[in-house]
Design a protein around this ligand. Structure first.
Ligand code: MF3
Ligand code: CO
Length: 251
């Protein structure tokens, strides 16, 4: 069952998503050589709590932090720690906030200092693939129309999409139906209906699409050690254009 949110629920979700997006922006602004990933996580935690919200990821299936911070060849679910960011790193930051009964979920990859032209291109293609995908996030299309558009754009730029992790419905639960893969043939999966809220989140690898989960059970790295980037927003299907809920004012 895919939850269709009514206006009352959407107003709460918009507020949760606004906090989430602001947390992403403040974390991104902290990405500089010399800071530890743990310091960024602490700031994300403190900001979310200061807004009267709760970090969605903290203790989710035992996850030990508020943000996932994934550097260079780490794709997703990097656990913040004592690693000191250095010039040239690319840093994926994924955050979630739970507020008034609803979750927001969003991520982006930020350059630390000056990064290589190739790293910058990977970041830009990953972000743009999200926007290619949501061209199909309109009523009447099917979920895999989004997936197909993302994959086509990414692969036409010489990169690969991660297969073993996917986007998802988001709302009262962090992970709801449907799954939103970043690959696949068009015309499959549920038809999109106004009131659906989806976390659309391409994970894009510079090399092969294969990934490996480290012994900590979370940290997911590229199988070939090459770079990976991530971009995610919580998106509402409407009667017209999709509405990106994880947006920031000012920041
Ligand atoms: N944005 C990720 C997701 O949607 C973050 C989950 S991390 C976890 O799956 F720690 F909460 F699992
Ligand atoms: Co997500």
């Amino acid at each position: 069952m895919i939850a269709i949110k009514n206006e009352r629920e959407l107003s709460r979700m918009r507020q949760a998503c606004k906090i989430t997006a602001a947390a992403r922006a403040l974390a991104g602004a902290m990405v500089k050589p010399g800071i530890t990933t743990k310091q960024i996580d602490q700031a994300v935690h403190d900001y979310i709590v200061s807004q009267g919200a709760r970090p969605s990821f903290l203790n989710y299936n035992g996850y030990p932090a508020s943000a996932c911070i994934s550097v260079n060849g780490t794709v997703i679910h990097g656990i913040p720690g004592d690693y000191v960011l250095k010039d040239g790193d690319i840093v994926s930051i994924d955050v979630g906030a739970h507020y008034l009964g609803f979750h927001g979920d969003c991520a982006a990859t930020f350059p630390c200092g000056t990064v290589s032209a190739e790293a910058e291109r990977l970041i830009n293609v990953t972000k743009q693939s999200f926007f290619e995908g949501i061209r199909f996030a309109t009523r009447g299309h099917r979920v895999s129309d989004i997936s197909h558009a993302i994959q086509t754009y990414v692969e036409s730029n010489g990169y690969s999409v991660v297969r073993s992790f996917v986007g998802h419905g988001v709302g009262a639960q962090l992970h709801e139906e449907p799954e939103v893969p970043n690959f696949g043939a068009p015309g499959r999966g549920p038809r999109l209906i106004p009131g659906m809220t989806l976390a659309i989140e391409p994970m894009v690898n510079e090399g092969v699409h294969d990934v490996r989960v480290l012994k900590d059970g979370w940290t997911t790295v590229t199988a070939d050690g090459k770079l990976s980037a991530h971009y995610e927003n919580t998106v509402l299907i409407t009667d017209g254009e999709p509405e990106i809920l994880t947006v920031t004012e000012g920041l």
